[in-house]
Design a protein around this ligand. Structure first.
Ligand SMILES: CC(C)(COP(=O)(O)OP(=O)(O)OC[C@H]1O[C@@H](n2cnc3c(N)ncnc32)[C@H](O)[C@@H]1OP(=O)(O)O)[C@@H](O)C(=O)NCCC(=O)NCCS
Length: 377
């Protein structure tokens, strides 16, 4: 084995070609299939972005109408899935349920892959459509409340809030929820996406690939930083406490959640957009507590990083938890929502992997003992 090619954690290794996502970490730019996230957040919606990711182009209005109708009609959950959600241990994390439910949903689809590179992912859009329904059903079941059937007249984000609450959200709430789904839909070769592609490369089903990706996303180094951000906001309590709290944390070499990124060396473009949603929601609800604390954390943190010359800035998770909280969503659902959105990106990568497949099979650098003689009895 060539030691020179060893890269722990595959850092810096280019493992495949991809046409899906371009990230310019130095200049804080992110594009899905060539379109900037700023334009997509401003002008598009989650259904159109899902089409863009998996069909490789923006749809015409007819194509979008057909696609949306297909996705919307796939939102409802069959009684056995609802039963499974009810029977799942209430103490389990929703990500464990979500991962299991994908495998369970798979049993309701007639797969025609396994032996070829063809794939039925596009026909089984339920994965994208039904995950928000599973999350809403799970939350309501834990609250002792009945399942709310989905509506087909609502956007993906608005329908999710409707299924969660059992009542119509305000229009601006639905729009912000939908745009948050747009902003989390794709982000290159991160761990969960790579996991999905590795499993897809064996010609396993797209459900198995997505279920594996969900397992990867559950880990605290990947999903979940926005939950930690809100724990920090609660621990700080009020904006007057920010300076001392952050300085003490940094003096103790603690990492500040929601700050820093492996790829971005400037403020994550999604953080900039979500910060604006947070301001809008704070104004509408006349509740600026989290917004003010987060803005002050960013300022104190950035001052300290400037002193040290470290390019650490807010990432996508820094403001998103506060947005979800103002939308009435409990923090235990933050990572599941990330999964619901990212499933669109995972599907695009599974399709791309299958188009020009090569089974992933890296090597390890063996550092164990040389052949030993088995002790004689
Ligand atoms: C995202 C993250 C894992 C990227 O890590 P990375 O590129 O491997 O960077 P490292 O962990 O090696 O950190 C490099 C330096 O920056 C510091 N640093 C990185 N993130 C930091 C943070 N959030 N707060 C304070 N310091 C941080 C490290 O302490 C280290 O300092 P040193 O060189 O003096 O030892 C990391 O920034 C982090 O843990 N952030 C907080 C969790 C988070 O928000 N995750 C969601 C990512 S979308």
């Amino acid at each position: 084995m060539d030691n020179a090619s060893y890269a722990k954690g595959l850092e810096g290794v280019i493992a495949a070609e991809s046409r899906i996502c371009k990230i310019d970490g130095e200049n804080a730019k992110l594009y899905y299939r060539g379109y900037s996230v700023e334009d997509l957040a401003e002008h598009s919606n989650f259904e159109e972005v899902t089409y863009l990711l998996i069909e490789e182009k923006l749809p015409s209005s007819d194509e979008l109408a057909r696609f949306s109708s297909n996705m919307r009609s796939g939102r409802d959950l069959a009684p056995p899935i609802l039963q499974m959600i009810q029977d799942f241990p209430k103490t389990a994390h929703p990500m464990e349920l979500l991962q299991s439910s994908i495998a369970y949903l798979s049993g309701y689809v007639k797969h025609r892959i396994q032996h070829s590179s063809n794939c039925d992912c596009k026909q089984t859009l339920h994965q994208v459509a039904q995950i928000c329904s599973v999350i809403a059903a799970l939350y309501r079941s834990r609250q002792g409340e009945d399942y709310i059937a989905p509506r087909t007249d609502l956007s993906h984000g608005t329908n999710f809030l409707y299924m969660l609450r059992g009542s119509d959200p305000e229009q601006y709430e639905g729009e912000i929820m939908d745009k948050c789904l747009v902003l989390h839909a794709e982000h290159g070769f991160n761990v969960s996406t790579f996991t999905a592609r590795v499993v897809a490369s064996t010609l396993s089903t797209c459900y198995c690939s997505i279920s594996a990706a969900m397992g990867a996303l559950f880990g605290s180094l990947h999903g979940g930083a926005n939950e930690r951000v809100m724990e920090m906001v609660d621990a700080i309590g009020k904006k007057e406490n920010v300076k001392n709290w952050i300085n003490n944390a940094l003096d103790r070499k603690q990492k500040i959640p929601g700050m820093g990124h492996r790829v971005y060396k400037a403020k994550d473009p999604r953080a900039t957009i979500i910060e604006n949603y947070l301001l809008e929601l704070s104004e509408k609800k006349n509740d600026f507590r989290a917004y003010e604390i987060l803005k002050d954390i960013e300022k104190v943190f950035r001052d300290r990083m400037d002193e040290k010359g470290k390019p650490l800035y807010p990432n996508v998770d820094f403001y998103s938890g506060a947005v979800y909280r103002l939308l009435g969503i409990p923090s235990i659902l933050f990572t599941p929502i990330f999964a619901a959105s990212r499933t669109a990106g995972w599907l695009a990568h599974i399709l791309e992997q299958r188009k020009d497949n090569r089974l992933y099979r890296p090597k390890s650098l063996y550092i164990g003992p040389e052949p030993l003689e088995y002790p004689s009895p």
